[in-house]
Design a protein around this ligand. Structure first.
Ligand code: NAD
Length: 476
């Protein structure tokens, strides 16, 4: 099946259980507990250690592939339930997009085929370098893709021969427990060991601390914001850090404007802008700006005037005045978390702007220093900045991206502009003339991931990133 024809059912069509507790009871043990979910983090770790030992000693690579296929199948069978549970628990995002994200994680996360062996043979014998497991990996997951990340990480980490202990975001802990239970059932049903994937029932900073300090956990893998990445990188352990982004889009005057407008709005409004890769701000050449904006309006967007922008700012950002010296006051902005991932119409209703139910995105014209440009909002709000040429566009895009080295996009038919922006912005994901999700293999070539490790350099992570190099020599 081609990746760009993934079809998601509508929420009304589903005959699924409608509350989280009900769903959990259906999947859980007789005693109401979920497989792989433990009250004590120490127990979650030691169970995962036993499971990993069994995996190493008693299962082949083919066996691991069989277990992974079973996880893929379970995730596809449960994608609507998972999407619904996340919406109910986190109250962020869009149901149909969450279904698609689970489908993407289940189908296109690489398995054991990602692992390669290097070999030298000759008169003096045979030397092979194998991709070997770390053992138990400690993985920390975000509220914005809670179970998608659990499914994606589990597939890649088990493919590489590891087990994994998750410390999910506290605001998505029920979904994470459900996913861990689902994955364990899938593994056991295809003959695998119990507890290859575990989690703590109530994840906290304390449980993360235990995971970080545990002597048998040699690799940490964190997907989330800057606080998490700093914590992991200061842990003294090897860490894969998949951090925040603020992806800019450039549209120049050679671009196909209709395609640019449609793709940017689709990318920006996908799951109400929760994905770290989602388009966050646009820099458009002055001479085609009106055309782009008009096309965006035709693609379910509402354009705000200055007064409406300032009311929206008061709604979604929290101001903090910082004394930078005796004379100047600098205002810092942080997001008002209660508005993250909400539907565009809710914002518009709050600031008294009329809209229809099919509105997907709010657009506004601002300058490059505006807090909407400089803050990772994770809301379906798209600031647009007019620029005079490619020099100014690239300069502004770099300011907005803030050297996070995450993702950037451009719409252009000018080869010089395409390649110059790619080199100057130097992001982990760079997409030309298509929406952000092309960067993780949706409607484009290449595999998918929900852990994009910019800060630590692994990039689009897959099984091979969860392995150690091990040399085995037969000499003479
Ligand atoms: P978050 O940083 O609040 O939480 C992520 C995880 O880290 C959670 O499990 C949380 O409990 C934990 N955490 C939070 N602060 C921590 C700290 N100071 N020390 C230790 N652990 C901490 O993020 P979120 O709101 O759940 O997710 C959104 C963020 O994650 C955005 O910034 C987004 O760009 C980023 N993200 C990045 C990727 C990627 O692949 N690069 C993917 C998804 C999300």
């Amino acid at each position: 099946m081609s990746k760009d024809v993934l079809v998601s059912p509508q929420i009304e069509d589903l005959n699924v259980i409608t509350n989280i507790e009900g769903t959990k009871i259906k999947q859980a043990n007789n005693d109401g507990s979920c497989l792989g979910v433990f009250k004590e983090v120490e127990v979650a770790i030691s169970k995962a250690m036993c499971a990993q030992k069994a995996l190493t000693l008693s299962y082949t690579k083919d066996d691991r592939e069989r277990l992974i296929n079973s996880i893929r199948k379970a995730a596809l069978e449960n994608k609507e339930i998972l999407a619904k549970m996340i919406l109910e628990e986190t109250k962020m995002g869009r149901y149909e997009d969450k279904v698609l994200k689970h489908e993407l994680a289940a189908k296109y996360t690489p398995g054991t085929e990602d692992l390669t062996t290097t070999a030298w043979s000759g008169d003096q014998g045979l030397t092979v370098v194998e991709m070997s497991p770390y053992g138990v990996i400690g993985a920390i997951t975000p509220s914005t893709n809670p179970t998608e990340t659990v499914i994606c990480n589990s597939i890649g980490m088990i493919a590489a021969g590891n087990s994994v202990v998750f410390n999910g975001h506290p605001s998505a802990k029920k979904c994470v427990s459900f996913a861990v239970d689902m994955i364990n059932r899938a593994i056991i049903s295809s003959g695998g060991p119990e507890n290859l994937v575990t989690t703590v029932e109530n994840p906290t900073m304390e449980s993360l601390d235990v995971i970080m300090k545990h002597p048998y956990i040699k690799l940490l893998c964190g997907t989330g914001g800057p606080g998490l990445i700093n914590t992991l990188l200061n842990s003294g352990k090897k860490a894969i850090g998949a951090g925040a982004g603020n992806p800019p889009v450039i549209v120049d005057d050679t671009a196909d404007i209709e395609n640019a407008a449609k793709s940017i709005i689709e990318g920006c409004s996908f799951d109400n802008n929760l994905p770290c890769i989602a388009e966050k701000e646009v820099f458009v050449f002055e001479n085609i700006a009106n055309d782009l904006i008009n096309n965006m309006i035709q693609n379910n967007s509402v354009l705000l005037n200055k007064d409406q922008v300032s009311r929206l700012l008061d709604l979604v950002l929290l101001k903090q005045d910082e004394e930078s010296n005796n004379f100047n006051k600098k205002t810092e902005y942080t997001i008002n978390k209660k508005w993250v991932g909400k539907d565009a119409k809710l914002f518009l209703d709050q600031i008294d702007v009329e809209s229809t139910t099919d509105v997907k995105c709010i657009i506004c014209e601002v300058d490059v220093t505006h807090p909407f440009v400089m803050t990772e909002l994770m809301m379906p709000i798209l600031p647009i900045v007019r620029v005079k040429d490619i020099d100014e566009a690239i300069e502004c895009a770099k300011i907005a991206e803030q050297n996070k080295k995450h993702s950037a996009y451009i719409y252009s038919r000018n080869i010089d502009n395409l390649s110059r922006f790619e080199k100057e912005i130097d992001t982990t994901i760079f997409v030309k003339n298509a929406k952000s999700f092309a960067g993780v293999g949706f409607g484009a070539e290449g595999f998918t991931t929900f852990t994009i490790a910019g800060p630590t350099g692994e990039g689009i992570t897959s099984a091979r990133n969860f392995t150690r190099q091990r040399r085995c020599v037969l000499a003479g």
